[in-house]
Design a protein around this ligand. Structure first.
Ligand SMILES: O=P(O)(O)O[C@H]1O[C@H](CO)[C@@H](O)[C@H]1O
Ligand code: HPA
Length: 320
């Protein structure tokens, strides 16, 4: 009999985060003070990072794997505008089957590494007229629908080494950081403040669900960010949330109504796949995931301006 000590570490516990942080600390030239989480298709936000060290999530103890297209699954640590920064190229989502605590594990790991601030970016659907693809919503507040239903990373025995049993979420998105982001955003991003609705996904919202979220006061909707923000506030991190609008929420449904065009696309993709089953398997996959592909394309198109904003912001984030 040999004791399986690894079984004592739950994949989402303080110990798991501490092991991940210790593994990284042993390899890092410089500890990050700011963590940046890249949303879908926003991996290019790391392009301005100087002298980056790169770690595959698969190598970091207890890190889940990225399973979503547009999330590379890599942690880069370097300096952004002189500020020591960790960039997560890829995040974890509830719809991938991860628990809320697994979704929050990287943010907690960054906190244990010594970060004091996280910038959570995402690709999001607009719920408002006039908030268009390419626009930036600087998150003022969120509605955490999974969290309200008990799917929060803070559910379970509270570990006070992270934070209190009942953390306050008023002012969760740091007002000073928000003002700074609004002031520094390049004009074409048409930045404005608003409310992000976090949903479980992975299905996109129905028009009726969008109407509901609008009634609740949501400006944009996405399937991430809120669990990370809750965990970040629990452990005392400052949070800046940035939603790059990639589509009008529920607009995919309108595409469905167009019928023939869409049907033709699908037929074409199917025929193609029959002819060249192997090489073109990916095309079919893309046809099936057309809506997400649109999100990725729009995110990639906006990433340059968002990277510009982050480069301007980073030196201002370095000191609390
Ligand atoms: O929130 P991020 O990770 O940017 O991704 C958004 O894009 C995906 C849907 O296209 C969903 O995962 C949604 O949450
Ligand atoms: O319309 C959307 N809904 C949910 N998540 C999203 N992520 C990008 N766009 C969307």
């Amino acid at each position: 009999w040999e004791a399986r000590t690894d079984l004592w570490v739950l994949p989402h516990s303080y110990e798991a985060c501490a092991e991940a942080a210790a593994w990284l600390r042993a390899r890092l030239k410089q500890a990050p003070v700011v963590g940046l989480v890249c949303g879908s298709g926003l991996g290019a936000l790391a392009q301005e990072l100087q002298q980056p060290q790169s770690f595959d999530y698969g190598d970091i103890p207890h890190f889940p794997r990225s399973t979503v297209q547009g999330h590379a699954g890599r942690l880069l640590v370097g300096t952004l505008g002189g500020c020591p920064c960790a960039v997560m190229q890829g995040r974890f989502h509830l719809y991938e089957g991860y628990s809320p605590a697994q979704v929050a594990l990287p943010v907690r790991t960054l906190a244990l590494l010594g970060a004091h601030t996280v910038v959570l970016t995402n690709a999001a659907g607009s719920l408002r007229e006039g908030l268009d693809p390419g626009d930036l919503l600087v998150i003022r507040d969120h509605i955490d629908l999974p969290g309200l239903a008990g799917r929060s990373p803070l559910v379970g025995a509270n570990d006070s080494r992270f934070g209190p049993r009942f953390p306050v979420m008023a002012g969760a998105y740091d007002p000073a950081l928000r003002r700074l982001a609004l002031a520094l955003a390049p004009p074409p991003l048409r930045a404005r403040a608003g409310v992000y609705c976090g949903v479980g996904g992975p299905s996109y919202e129905t028009p009726a669900e969008c109407a509901l979220l609008r009634m609740l006061g949501g400006d944009a909707v996405g399937m991430s960010t809120v669990a990370e923000a809750a965990a970040a506030r629990h452990c005392g991190l400052r949070v800046l949330g940035l939603s790059l609008i990639t589509n009008a929420a529920a607009s995919h449904e309108e595409e469905e109504e167009e019928g023939p065009e869409h049907a033709k696309d699908m037929e074409h993709a199917k025929e193609h796949a029959k002819e060249h089953a192997k090489e073109h398997a990916k095309d079919t996959e893309h046809a099936k995931d057309k809506a997400h592909q649109e999100v990725l394309d729009a995110a990639q198109a906006g990433a340059r301006l968002l990277a510009q904003l982050l480069l301007a912001l980073a030196p201002r984030l370095q000191h609390v």
